[in-house]
Ligand binder design. Sequence first.
Ligand code: MRU
Length: 349
Amino acid sequence: MTKSLTEIPLSVEWKETYIRILDQQKLPHETVFLDLFTLKDVFQAIVTLKVRGAPAIGITAAYGLALTAQSYTVSCLNEFRRKLQEDRDYIASSRPTAVNLFWAIDRLMKAIDHASSVNAAKTNLIHEAVSIQMEDEATCREIGEYALTLFKKNDRVLTICNAGSIATAKYGTALSPFYLAKEREMPLKVFACETRPVLQGARLTVWELLQANIDVTLITDNMAAHTIKTKGITSIIVGADRITANGDTANKIGTLNLAILAKSFNIPFYVAAPLSTFDLTKKTGEEIVIEERPPTEVTHIGDQLIAPAGVTVFNPAFDVTPNEYITAIITEKGVISGDYRTHIRDLFI
Ligand code: MRU
């Protein structure tokens, strides 16, 4: 039976005294929810990729900060701010690359700037975190609308990682146009790279799209060039974890390979991302900190060791695509291309 998008579980839910997340490590075999009661629980869930994807990380961290602040027993606002800053710094250290994490928790810090009491500050934090999630849903739908204008009937679109509903509040960024196309009965074919090392494409993107009855074909990452060539891929669309002032874009490791292939095969390479993914404090992608993750993600698939034990491993979680490889960046404010420095600056005016 076909599931509509409304039935795909939410990545994150605020439950007043705890946060419920969809455990993305258990997918696709089990749809299990995990209840987070402390900021440490939230930290662990983010580090271990139980919740992942730039916007979803930001939303969860914001809820984590709002939740932990409810337990502060201080009565002085300055002391409240000091404790919140400490907890902000702690959750900020969970993952370095996706700027949405920092954007969301810094929005919470600002939300208490003019609070008149500790109780008011506690309420502001909850409201701000809820707003971040609600805004992200609307934003992702707008990104989908703009992205869809770039596709035509029967296009064959390649993607990597999971920039879908469960990586955001709803709809996703790179996957949002596919949901909207489905709603409008516009036929599109999606090709999903499995996305080694931890298989967000095979486990999450395929799971999501199949639930919505979207036409998706799974390939391994090293099949991309052959697939573009033989299956008539018309474009590539990916999400982003951080976009610098000049349009350079960090996204899941393997994205740069696809950008180079797109140029070589002369097909468009699109990046879909909300304004919360832009980092104007960084001029170019050279300044982006790339997270390196545990070697076991490379030496193992699931619990199965697939390489000689003890081998030296390099496991960067992201790469940076230089702006010249990017045909267009799709945001909730529209599609930009060409002179990214100017267009990105204009997005924030
Ligand atoms: O390590 P992950 O799974 O958090 O990496 C996720 C990505 O690279 C996504 O493409 C990006 O966060 C955009 S999600 C809308």
